[in-house]
Every structure is written in structure tokens, then in C-alpha cells.
Design a protein around this ligand. Sequence first.
Ligand code: CAP
Ligand code: MG
Length: 404
Amino acid sequence: MHNYINLNYKPDADDLICTFTVNSSIPLKEAATHIAGESSIDTWSDIKTLKPSIIQRLKPNVFYINTQKNKIKIAYPSELFESGNIPQIMSSIAGNIFGLKPIISLRLEDISFPRVLIKSFLGPAFGIEGIRKLTKIKERPLIGTIIKPKLGLTSKEHAELAYKSWIGGCDIVKDDENLTNQKFNPFNERIKLTVAAKEKAEKETGEKKIYMPNITAPYKEMLERAEFVKKQGNEYIMIDILTAGFSAVQSIRNENLRLVIHAHRAMHAALTKKPNGISMLSLAKLARLSGVDQLHIGTAVGKMEGSISEIQEIKNSLEENLFGLKSTLSVCSGGLSPNNIPDLIKLLGNNIVIQSGGGIHAHPKGSFSGAKALRQAIDSALKGIPIKEYSKSHEELKLSLNIK
Ligand code: CAP
Ligand code: MG
């Protein structure tokens, strides 16, 4: 194994930089060498085939080691990575290294991509600006619900519940992450009926309404479903990006279907839960490059884990200017109900999608009132009126405050 430690190295604009937290049974410096080598050009033994010219051109540099924090930073020449290919990038910087024997736990905390690699991806087709233009919602958070129960409704029942949620005040209705094309709710039938319900709700409310059907499946099926959705005149699709894989996400994006891609992150916690794995910040940056327009990032106030500082950092990274790459809209979902909306908006502002499933469909007066209550909760936050105060003159909201 060659030596990759170079604490005097100054990364240049063409380097891809990774930050890792490392716990190992060997000294951090030695672990860093193995991580750098195994994630780029080398292997465990002193191979005789590693020519000086390869080292010269392609060797990574461990330029930062902090033994107090068990943190290292590695700068990789961008030539190690294939333009436009997220699976290959992950096979390098998030591949074998997690399985190295002396490594007790390893976490890829952050990735900084060089311009040359960023420019090799299409990125989001719409971005936040495009979504706000499409939905005609200039300032406020977008309001969405997830049809519940997750599974079991027929296509007709699904469409009826979607209709009630839209006329109650939701902008968006989405399929749940594990609803795809089951016998009790076939994909094509659901899309046809729910798009018709959407158009009916648009006519009655005069508002643009959004439906996000879940196309997650083996790739050929995904493409057929995306094309079917487009043919129905629907503007959005939803993909479970981790179970489908970044290759599928990139391939759908590269088809240039002009469909807004909503990225669900089901399975992320198998990777993002500390101390091991890959941070949600790293996954979010990869998702934006892969071309998703919206991404679940957590709520800090709901049922899923994720600290507010971490979620704010993810949101900022999805919006930062990256050489003209369009932004990705943050989606806050999971355990949300009118009760925790004021804190959510105080912490994250208006440039988010707020989604509530159980928080709407558990309303004592039903889903229509649940949607109204959520909209009222958001209105109270936007007007700066305490929710208890606002609920005195908004019956649906008042009844929703006891939803547990
Ligand atoms: C939320 C949800 C979403 C989670 C995913 C669910 O439903 O539909 O999948 O938000 O979590 O199935 O749990 P509730 P995250 O509103 O009923 O909680 O957004 O953190 O990836
Ligand atoms: Mg769900």
C-alpha cells in the first residue's frame, strides 16, 4: 500500500474532497492510508504494478487528520471519477472502505464536488424556481399529504381521498413509499382516477393541484410508468431513490421527460444512522446531482431522527449556488401535524414542502377537515398568530390540536 498522507497538500479546484469520521483498531494515520488507497487506486499489498506515473496522476492526498475528532479529509483527483456517473463515484468513495477489517466504524460525513464533475450532471430539471412557477405558489410552503393507509385502498378510494385532501386545502397529494402497482390498487388505474380527481379539484378550487405517483420499480417498468404519467398530463413523478438506486434516478432524469422528480428517501436510515455509513448531507448532494427536484430531508420536530442543525445544513446545501446547477426543494415530512407546524416554519422558513399523512387523516372530522386544519396551521404561522389563538376562530384547526 502506497503512502497517501500529505498534510502539506493544498486541494485544488479539480479535486473531489471527502470528509470521513473514522474509528479503527489501528492508528488513525494508518487507517487513513488504507481508506485513501482502497477508495482510489490501491489495495492491501505492495503491488508491483502501481507505476509511478499512475501515482503521479491519480493518487489521492490525505491532507487533514484530527485524532481528537477521529476526522480525516481526502482530496481525490477528479480524473478518478467518471463524468455523469454517480454509481461509480459511490463505488469509489463509499464502497469497499466500509468493509475494511481494521475499521470499526466509518462515516462519510460530506463530499465537496469540483466544478468539472458538477457540470457533467444535468441536475434538477425544474428546481425550486421551476416548481414555484408550475404550482403558482410564490412564497408560502407547499402543503402536501400522503394517502393513508399506506396500502390497502382501491384505486377508486385512493382517488376519492386525494380529492378530499385537495379541496380541503392541500396543494400536493403523493403515493406512499411502498405503494406502486399492487393488485388492490393497480398503477395505471390509480393514475387515471387520481388525475381526474385532481382536475376536478382544480376546477372547484381554482388552484393548481399536484399529484406525485410513485413509479419505483425495475427500471424498464419505471420508464413505462413515467411515460404513462406524462401521457395522462400529470407533471410529477415520485421515486424512492435509494431502493431504486441512483442509476435509475439518473436514467429517468436523462430521459428529459420534463416531469418534476420528487425523491423519497426510504431506507436512508440504514445508511445515515450514526456512527456508521453515509450522512444525509452526502446523500442529498448526490441526489441533487442525480437530478431530483424535491427531496425528503427530515423535520427535526416530527417522528424521524435528524437534528435541526443537520437538517438546516442539508437544506442549505440543496439551495447553494453550484456553478448554475438548479436547486432542489426540501421536503419536510414524517410525524407532522398542525401542532408542530409553527416550530417547523420558525426553524426552516417557507421554502419547503410540508407533508402530513397521519396528521391529516387522523382528524376527528375526516381528511377534508384534516387538510383544512393543516392549511389553517400554516396560515397562522405565516400571519404570526399563535396557533391556539388562531384555532379559536378555526374549528378544524381546534379539533386537530389533540391528534397524537
Ligand atoms: C410520512 C410518511 C413518509 C415519511 C418519510 C411515512 O407519513 O409517508 O414516508 O415522511 O420520512 O410513511 O412515514 P406521516 P422522511 O405523515 O403519517 O408520518 O420524510 O423522514 O424520509
Ligand atoms: Mg410514507
